[in-house]
Design a protein around this ligand. Structure first.
Ligand code: ATP
Length: 225
């Protein structure tokens, strides 16, 4: 299969979206998304905060605060941008609706890649119309420290049916495939950061961007007094 010449693959030709709650955005997100941008030769990778996450409990920070933290975390990184469509749209943030909307915007030919960590992939069957995702784009599963491959037979069959062996091959078609990719592993999670803050510990700069740490303190977020 022909892979597009990556150096001539400007952002306009490929859409890479990375959805999440980002409560808060941490350096695992940022470092992985930057590395992904370099690996795919696509800039920017677009981080897409959700408003009402459809598959988990409500975030602690407000939507405004999560968006602000995301913008602070990515402002120094040309490889990254933010797509705010889900926070400006009413109702639950169903990825399939977002992908359909993006597909409508970019037309039928350009590759659209929807990224998720392995933990999110393990819960994919709970997603609204999960099997329809591939009608609109590809799914790229990113390995995460301490996250194992799910064991659900239906999910594994779905993966095996649509998989390509190398994540870069997703750039060669608009939709319909899945791949996984192991980037540098960053053992950090938003849950762990919220717990650290609640216990009065300051996350390091390798866990949380300093500007995000400062914002969290200024807003007394996550139990900080
Ligand atoms: P929480 O601990 O609250 O579940 P989180 O750290 O998983 O939060 P999310 O905003 O839920 O953060 O993550 C958004 C997406 O980024 C998900 O698909 C998740 O799997 C992925 N992700 C989060 N942290 C990492 C990481 N360290 N490395 C790779 N992917 C990650």
């Amino acid at each position: 299969m022909a892979i597009p010449e990556l150096n001539s693959s400007p952002a306009a030709l490929v859409k890479v979206l990375w959805g999440g709650t980002f409560d808060p955005i941490h350096q695992g997100h940022v470092a992985s998304a930057i590395e992904l941008s370099h690996y795919l030769g696509v800039q920017p990778v677009q981080l897409l905060p959700n408003s009402q996450p459809a598959h988990r409990t409500s975030p602690e920070a407000t939507t405004h605060q999560r968006v602000k933290m995301l913008s602070l975390a990515i402002e120094a990184h040309d490889e990254l941008a933010m797509d705010t469509r889900e926070v400006t749209r009413q109702g639950p943030s169903y990825s399939v609706l977002t992908m359909a909307e993006v597909r409508q915007e970019i037309g039928p030919v350009k590759p659209l890649i929807w990224c998720m960590g392995m933990d999110a992939f393990a819960g994919l069957k709970q997603w609204y119309q999960w099997q329809e995702l591939l009608n609109y784009g590809h799914v790229l599963v990113l390995t995460r420290p301490a996250s194992l491959w799910p064991q659900d037979p239906e999910l594994l069959t779905w993966y095996a049916t649509h998989k390509v062996d190398e994540a870069k091959l997703l750039l060669a078609s608009p939709s319909g495939q899945v791949a996984h990719l192991k980037l540098g592993q960053h053992p950090v999670s938003a849950t762990q950061i919220r717990q650290q803050l609640r216990l009065g510990h300051k996350p390091s700069a390798t866990e949380l961007a300093p500007a995000v740490s400062q914002y969290i303190a200024s807003q007394s977020l996550y139990g900080i007094n």
